[in-house]
Design a protein around this ligand. Structure first.
Ligand SMILES: [Mn+2]
Length: 379
């Protein structure tokens, strides 16, 4: 890796070897208190803000895991979900209502899959607002959670619409970053303007730390904005796994809501037909054992395909352009269209959750209407 690339053009005003930082605070079995400085590489001013930087994170993380064996077990597949929204009330009068429902949706998904979640409501780097707020948050989350191998950023305006689906982590073994839609961006347009990083999965490692810095510098204000396509192509190619629903075998790593929401009723109907045929899928079961039922589902979903044209539940539906909090939605569609679509997606997801509790929304329009369902529904 070319280390210089990350340093050139950062206006370094002050660079100190800070002694304060992240402490292991480890008490060894021998009774002697061993306290090692964990994040001791320093701070620098970049773009007018104080930024922590560190090196050798991979070694430090490995050491930390060695000292916390109970957390080391299973760490290779452990995910921390990170999401967030603004510190102040939404301008859109129903914005906070929507954000709560979107957050509930993520809490439902993560609870079902044993994933921890961090919801950030402040800017970790004051000059980095909106999209750029993600990178300092993700970096901080990496340090706060050495036990997690992956950080999974999911935008506040993205909803899980398949509560069973799990990330195929084995496909990403050789990669550090999984993001939607890059083949096209990297190989044809080499452009960052149209990037949609509403959902990405990034490994908790030094490469990712450095990448976050590079990424943060690619803001629209960056002088070397155009260079990034080329840099990515040559340097990061093998590190990045581009998930695209255009590729065979792809799925909605994140899907655009306008292509999805019209299909919910059909999908519900398809799944209902399968449930009527298969008694195993009608059995009321504990949330924590949903995985074994998901595997039964897969037997029936084999023919459904993935992504566009599939009748499989879309994994994540991203409401790009709807701006639920500010209400400044894309003028291509009305605010009501956005609201209805978000409501439908959230209720579509909630129906999958409520089933374990013995309830169902009769339609995807009214969030307050629920019916109790008998055991063995919908036999
Ligand atoms: Mn978004």
């Amino acid at each position: 890796m070319n280390g210089d690339m990350f340093n050139e053009s950062i206006p370094v005003i002050m660079c100190s070897r800070a002694t304060a930082g992240y402490l292991l605070g480890y008490n060894g079995n021998n009774g002697r208190s061993k306290t090692a400085s964990f994040l001791s590489d320093g701070f620098l001013f970049a773009g007018g803000a104080l930024v922590a930087f560190l090196v050798n994170w991979d070694e430090k993380r490995r050491e930390w895991l060695k000292q916390h064996p109970s957390l080391a077990a299973g760490s290779e597949n452990r995910i921390l979900m990170v999401t967030g929204s603004q510190a102040t009330p939404c301008k859109n009068p129903i914005g906070d209502y929507l954000l709560l429902k979107f957050f509930k949706n993520k809490v439902d998904y993560t609870r079902r899959h044993g994933i921890d979640i961090f919801y950030n409501n402040v800017l970790f780097q004051p000059k980095m607002f909106s999209f750029w707020a993600k990178t300092p948050t993700v970096k901080a989350a990496m340090l706060a959670h050495p036990e997690a191998e992956w950080i999974w950023w999911v935008d506040s305006d993205a909803a899980f619409t398949d509560m069973d689906f799990e990330l195929p982590l084995d496909r990403y073994k050789a990669h550090n970053l999984v993001i939607h839609g890059w083949p096209n961006l990297i190989y044809e347009k080499q452009s960052w303007t149209s990037i949609n990083a509403g959902v990405f999965l990034i490994r908790n490692c030094q490469w990712a730390m450095d990448f976050m810095d590079v990424w943060a510098k690619m803001g629209p204000q960056a002088p070397d904005y155009d260079k990034w396509g080329e840099i990515l192509k040559t340097t990061f190619k093998d590190k990045i796994f581009p998930e695209s629903d255009d590729q065979s075998g792809g799925y909605y790593f994140e899907g655009y809501w306008m292509e999805i929401v019209g299909k919910f009723d059909n999908i519900t109907e398809k799944y209902m037909q399968i449930e009527k045929k298969e008694p195993r899928l009608r059995r009321r079961h504990g949330e924590k054992v949903g995985g074994s039922y998901a595997r039964v589902w897969e037997e029936y979903l084999k023919d459904a395909g993935y992504g566009r044209g599939s009748w499989r539940r879309p994994f994540i539906t991203h409401f790009t352009g709807c701006q639920p909090c500010s209400g400044d939605h894309n003028q291509m569609y009305s605010g009501q269209t956005c609201f209805d679509a978000m409501q439908r997606a959230l209720l579509f997801a909630d129906n999958q959750v409520l089933r374990n509790y013995g309830f169902v929304h009769p339609d995807l329009v009214d969030p307050s209407a629920v019916y109790p369902v008998p055991f063995d529904y919908p036999a």
